[in-house]
Design a protein around this ligand. Structure first.
Ligand code: SAM
Ligand code: SF4
Ligand code: SF4
Length: 341
């Protein structure tokens, strides 16, 4: 297996591809503004371009591809792209992160196309709260999507919940119960001060320690599970055997083992979720550069990578939102919904 190491000896193993910057929700922690500057449609990579780049990433060691967005299911013919990635790249796993709104419609087709795994983001089980948090009254669609994913045969379903103080921190237990019934594993994510999170406030972060404290108070001691590897989530088992995860990007970053990079829908390669700039791959791709030359660009980019964005943020005094609104408006690549979570 080819391995390309960065400056901290971290291999390139995971590629998150954002297939669109559009979204059908407006989650408060991700897209709180009224208006957004969108990527121009002709700039978006077509499926052949995505698959070619993904294949080259795999040549350098990528094993897992995750499709994200924006809302990836808004990208027309997504199952076709999944089928192409499965057939024409050597990735061992192609997975999807979605808000679930369109999953009921597409679950069976996605499964048939060869999608390996699905993660659904769900922050609350209360319809009013869902609407307040995302500006759309769509909880029932997300729940139907989760059901449909299970019925379509997806196993190892994951549910991602951004846990925020005073917003949904009273729902840890209901979400654990719901996940058990849905045969899924819930992962509680700390609220991150990424681009897009213009309303980020340290007072709203429900920390890993607080999440654990609350779960232990209701369920008894939890057992940490081994084998995390480069995964963002730490996993724990409740006394009942049910498992759950915590993604503590804000208070306990895990940059030391990070093997992830990101490709935006218009072909900008980011070495880190917090990176303020990236490598333009679309221009050389469309200029007809050879596979060898493109691979050389990828190798050069990754071997020079020293990013440890979340760790730097954790060490910064007076921490506040990463990027001011006016700068986001001028550069949509800084947005979380452009780079994918
Ligand atoms: N729209 C899809 C979804 O919501 O699953 C995929 C893209 S979304 C950007 C990917 C993940 O990023 C979601 O699980 C979302 O909760 C997470 N996310 C977005 N903004 C965040 C923030 N400020 N802090 C923590 N997680 C965030
Ligand atoms: Fe919410 Fe995902 Fe859309 Fe962001 S991209 S607003 S997290 S659904
Ligand atoms: Fe990786 Fe950057 Fe996230 Fe750290 S902040 S885990 S280096 S993507």
């Amino acid at each position: 297996m080819t391995t390309t190491l960065d400056k901290w000896q971290r291999p390139l193993r995971t590629l998150r591809i954002s297939v669109t910057d559009r979204c059908n929700l407006r989650c408060h922690y991700c897209m709180p503004e009224e208006r957004y500057a969108w990527l121009p449609k002709p700039e978006l990579l077509d499926f052949d371009e995505v698959v070619r780049l993904a294949g080259l990433f795999c040549d350098l060691g990528v094993r897992r591809i995750r499709l994200t967005g924006g809302e990836p299911l808004l990208r027309r013919d997504l199952p076709v792209l999944i089928g192409m990635l499965k057939r024409h790249t050597s990735a061992e796993e192609v997975s999807l992160t979605t808000n679930g709104l369109l999953l009921e419609r597409f679950a069976a087709e996605l499964r048939e196309a060869g999608l390996d795994r699905v993660t659904v983001s769900i922050d609350t089980l209360q319809p009013d709260r869902f609407e307040a948090l995302s500006r759309r009254d769509q909880l029932s669609s997300t729940l139907a999507g989760i059901r449909a994913a299970r019925e379509a045969g997806f196993e190892g379903l994951k549910l991602d919940t951004v846990a925020m103080k005073g917003i949904n921190d009273d729902e840890l237990v209901p979400l654990l119960d719901y996940a058990r019934e849905a045969e899924a594993e819930v992962r509680f994510i700390e609220y991150m001060d990424v681009g897009g999170a213009t309303q980020w406030d340290p007072e709203r972060v429900l920390t890993r320690a607080e999440i654990l404290e609350r779960v232990v108070a209701t369920h008894g001691d939890v057992e940490p599970l081994p084998g995390r590897g480069s995964a963002p989530a730490e996993r724990f088992a409740l006394p009942s055997g049910q498992t759950f995860g915590i993604i503590a990007s804000t208070t306990q970053p895990f940059c030391g083992a990070c093997d992830r990079s990101r490709l935006t829908a218009d072909g900008l390669w980011l070495h880190c979720l917090y990176a303020l700039d990236g490598v333009d791959l679309k221009t050389p791709l469309r200029a007809g550069e050879s596979d060898d030359a493109l691979r050389a660009r990828l190798r050069e980019g990754w071997t020079a990578r020293a990013d440890r964005g979340a760790e730097q943020r954790a060490a910064s005094p007076d921490r506040q939102a990463l990027v001011p609104v006016d700068r986001l408006k001028r550069n949509p690549h800084l947005e979380m919904h452009t780079r994918g979570g």
